[in-house]
Design a protein around this ligand. Structure first.
Ligand SMILES: [Zn+2]
Length: 205
C-alpha cells in the first residue's frame, strides 16, 4: 500500500468535490490536521471512517486503497488485493488494542498494589491515608476492569467453537459477567444459542 499515492489521490478527489480540508474534516468529525496528514501520506484514515470518506469523495474502497481510479477490466483483481489489505489492517489494529489492554491491566494492578502496600505501611500513624490509598487502589482496579472489558468487546470478534460464527457481543454486560480465561470467554453464541468458550479472534473471516 502506497500511502503517498493514496494521500495525493485523497487530495485530488477532495478538490474535485470542491471541499476544503476543513470542510471534509468537519463532515467526518476529525481535525483538519488529520486530513492534512492523510494527504501528506503520513497517516491512513481510520478504518471506521473510511466508508464515509469514500462516499464524500465519490470513490470506492478499492480506489482509495489503490490510490487511483480503477477501470472495469482490472477491478476484480484490485478488489481482492485490497480486501486482503483491509483485513491485515484490521488485524493489526485489533492486536494493538488487545496489547494495550494487557499493558494497562498490568499497570493498574501494580499501581494499586503499591497504593495498598503504602497505605498499610502508614496504617498506625496515618489511618486516614491508609483508607484513602486502599480505596484509590481498589477503584483503579475496578476502572481498569470496565475499561479493559470495553476494549475486549470492541477489538476483534468472538468465535463460537460449535458453529464457527464470529461476532461482536451485543452488550458489554454479557462480556463483563462472562467467566474468562485470558481473552476467551464463556458466553452464549447468538447464532446457534449454545453456551461455550468463545475465543477472541482478530478478523471477521
Ligand atoms: Zn454458535
Amino acid at each position: 500500500m502506497d500511502q503517498m499515492k493514496i494521500g495525493k489521490f485523497i487530495s485530488a478527489c477532495r478538490k474535485e468535490q470542491g471541499l476544503t480540508q476543513a470542510v471534509l474534516a468537519e463532515k467526518l468529525g476529525v481535525s483538519d490536521r488529520a486530513v492534512s496528514k492523510w494527504e501528506n501520506g503520513k497517516n491512513m484514515p481510520d478504518v471506521s471512517i473510511i466508508p464515509e470518506l469514500c462516499a464524500l469523495l465519490k470513490i470506492d474502497l478499492n480506489e482509495l486503497f489503490a490510490g487511483e481510479r480503477i477501470s472495469m477490466e482490472n477491478y476484480k483483481e484490485t478488489a481482492e488485493k485490497n480486501m486482503l489489505e483491509m483485513r491485515k489492517q484490521e488485524e493489526a489494529a485489533n492486536k494493538r488494542l488487545l496489547n494495550a489492554e494487557r499493558i494497562m491491566g498490568n499497570i493498574a494492578i501494580i499501581a494499586s498494589l503499591i497504593m495498598v502496600t503504602a497505605g498499610l505501611l502508614v496504617a498506625e500513624s496515618h489511618p486516614i491515608v491508609t483508607i484513602v490509598l486502599c480505596a484509590a487502589g481498589g477503584l483503579l482496579v475496578i476502572i481498569y476492569a470496565f475499561y479493559g472489558v470495553k476494549i475486549e468487546h470492541d477489538a476483534g470478534y468472538y468465535e463460537c467453537p460449535e458453529c464457527g460464527e464470529r461476532y461482536v457481543p451485543d452488550s458489554y454486560w454479557k462480556v463483563v459477567f462472562a467467566p474468562h480465561v485470558d481473552t476467551t470467554r464463556r458466553m452464549t453464541c447468538p447464532k446457534c444459542g449454545k453456551r461455550a468458550w468463545q475465543k477472541k479472534v482478530l478478523t471477521k473471516k
